[in-house]
Design a protein around this ligand. Structure first.
Ligand code: PHB
Length: 170
């Protein structure tokens, strides 16, 4: 399961925000500025995280993301499935340069099954450089460069077929 959806996430093709392929309801999901965890909670009883992997990797392992981040000897990599009532709705991949992991941001290394969004959106120092929509086959995704106290990280998300993004009106 996770190998296949991660391969799809890696293969996302990036589109401009103005792309005519983006219908208003899809755009509304992809450009969501608040926590996706919170948004999913409106569509199910419980949102949970299944951890795929978490740990330090070299730049080659995260080459696509590293191109959009400061150069670093190591990057923290987190890959998860975000589930609505136990069904995987989203696969998420977060890449954090080691230089971001000082001060309170060191906590990014001990999230485990706690959703990243709860941590990010609780922080008053969160800013966003961009959100870029993406597509692979019939699936939608996005990537965002976020900053905590000015220090960057890159989050890529792919919405899986059971996700409410593909629901009525989308
Ligand atoms: C995560 O916990 O890594 C996470 C949670 C929600 C998302 C993306 C990533 O939308």
């Amino acid at each position: 399961m996770s190998d296949k959806v991660l391969a799809q996430l890696y293969a996302l093709e990036w589109l401009p925000v103005s792309s005519p392929l983006l219908s208003p309801p899809i755009s509304d999901w992809l450009m969501e500025e608040d926590s996706m965890t919170k948004r999913f909670e409106r569509h199910c009883g419980e949102v949970t995280v299944t951890l795929i992997r978490e740990g330090f990797v070299t730049a080659e392992t995260v080459a696509t993301e590293a191109a959009l981040l400061p150069e670093s000897p190591r990057y923290w990599l987190r890959e998860i499935l975000l589930c609505g009532d136990g069904v995987p709705w989203l696969v998420g991949r977060t890449v954090v340069p080691e230089s971001t992991l000082n001060g309170p941001e060191a906590l990014l290394q001990s999230l485990g099954t706690r959703p990243l969004g709860r941590y990010l959106f609780a922080s008053s120092s969160l800013t966003r450089d961009f959100i870029e929509p993406g597509r692979i086959d019939a699936l939608w995704g996005r990537r965002s460069r976020l900053r905590l106290s000015g220090k960057p990280l890159l989050l890529t998300e792919l919405f899986l077929p059971p996700s409410p993004l593909y629901g009525k009106g989308a």
